[in-house]
Write a protein that binds this ligand. Structure first.
Ligand code: UD1
Ligand code: UDP
Length: 363
């Protein structure tokens, strides 16, 4: 069974590493790796291949950045040709980025089976580009592999056949667990001159937060207040780089004398920062999950989340972009008044095994 595994953006690399490792052990699956080129900076792409021991892609589409429609169109055109020459039996897509949806659409039109890992998560917010990608991909996928019970319920509510849905757990957590010894060896805290539990870790890249300077200003004002209590470490996503040059915003960041702005970090250094911080402040999907597994308080800078289990069972709370609310949550954390949370079922480091067993049985 020839399966093309699709990756394009940072979180995809982290999810595909354990899946490919497990696929290579299968006697019936021939895995092929395709990189669309949606992310291309060394620190957003190549570094994860090296760190996580992901083989070089068999196929690179090199589509680069553009508007969503153009990026999706370019991936579709190039992937169409790939399907004609490689003739896969199936494709495996992860997550909810443009590459996920674009390749799924091509496969569906050609009658090629689609496996969607991380199916069924919903923010119910169609202004998020990812929500459209999730709904379209799930609508046309043949095997739906959700990470949690709430995602199964969403799929059933949308009328998907129960026979297509298999709860496999959270693939992100396989990589987190596999990487523990490398994460512990990271010297990033010393390099940054910060101490365990005495800094806040920030990431922001959602268009709703970083594409508009008035929204971003409210968030930065909160970070400036929190920065009076402890150092703030902020690895900056490429999407967020430009807005930090806005003079009004620059005035806020320049006033923060304990702000550490840096380029995006590698997986092990970043994991060490998550595991060791006092709090995470983020709008990332994956980091909401990782902080829950580490038991680290997480303030999510969004009004909703497609990962409600991190709020219900984990250490996450939604703050939106209200300066007062973000600062209020941070104060609660600093006063030790935060929930401890638990690790959700099947976020156990064995999701890749369940995925491959399911593919072998169902496809
Ligand atoms: C994408 C995903 C988002 C995911 C995020 C992970 C979509 C719709 N969005 O968002 O779901 O959470 O990746 O990080 O698929 N850029 C660079 N270098 C790169 C990549 C991007 O400079 O290597 C810049 C470009 O200016 C580009 C912008 O970042 O226009 C946005 O990149 P894009 O892939 O469109 O979306 P992300 O915001 O990265
Ligand atoms: N991450 C990383 N370096 C960073 C920031 C994030 O390795 O500087 C990892 C993080 O640990 C998680 C993943 O990238 O595994 C999350 O990706 P991102 O926030 O870009 O996307 P999302 O999960 O929001 O789609």
């Amino acid at each position: 069974m020839k399966i093309i595994n699709i990756v394009g953006a940072r979180p995809n690399f982290i999810k595909i590493a354990p899946i490919l490792r497990q696929m290579r052990k299968s006697s019936v699956i021939e895995p092929i790796l395709l990189h669309t080129g949606q992310h291309y900076d060394i620190e957003m792409s190549k570094r994860f291949f090296e760190e996580l021991d992901i083989p070089s892609p068999d196929i690179s589409l090199e589509v680069g950045s553009d508007t969503h429609a153009r990026q999706v169109a370019r991936i579709m055109e190039r992937f169409d040709d790939v399907c004609d020459t490689r003739k896969p039996d199936g494709i495996l897509v992860v997550g909810d980025v443009n590459s996920t949806m674009a390749c799924s659409l091509v496969a569906a039109k050609k009658g090629i089976k689609i496996i969607h890992v991380e199916a069924g998560i919903r923010s119910f917010d169609r202004e998020m580009p990812e929500e459209i990608n999730r709904m379209v991909t799930d609508a046309i996928a043949d095997l739906l592999l959700p990470p949690s019970k709430d995602a199964v319920d969403n799929l059933l509510r949308e009328g998907h056949s129960p026979g297509k849905i298999h709860l496999v757990g959270n693939i992100m957590i396989d990589t987190l667990m596999d990487s523990q010894s490398r994460i512990r060896q990271s010297t990033i805290l010393d390099q940054m001159g910060i101490e365990e539990k005495k800094y806040a870790l920030v990431t922001l890249h959602r268009p709703s937060n970083v594409d508009n300077s008035s929204d971003f200003k409210r968030i930065l004002l909160a970070l400036a207040k929190i920065g009076q209590q402890l150092p703030v470490v902020f690895p900056v996503h490429p999407r967020t780089r430009k807005i930090l040059d806005d003079p009004e915003l620059k005035a806020i960041t320049s006033s923060m004398n304990r702000l550490i702005l840096c380029d995006p970090l590698g997986y092990f250094d970043f994991g060490r920062l998550v595991a060791g911080c006092r709090m995470v402040i983020t709008d990332s999907g994956g980091i909401q999950e990782e902080s829950t597994v580490y038991g680290i308080p997480c303030i999510t800078i969004r009004e909703n989340t497609e990962r409600p289990i991190t709020v219900l069972e984990g250490t996450n709370e939604l703050a939106g972009t209200d300066t007062g609310k973000i600062v209020g949550f941070a104060s609660q954390i600093l006063e030790g008044k935060w929930k401890t949370g638990k690790i959700p079922d099947l976020w156990d480091g064995h999701t890749a095994e369940r995925i491959i067993a399911c593919i072998e049985k169902e496809m």
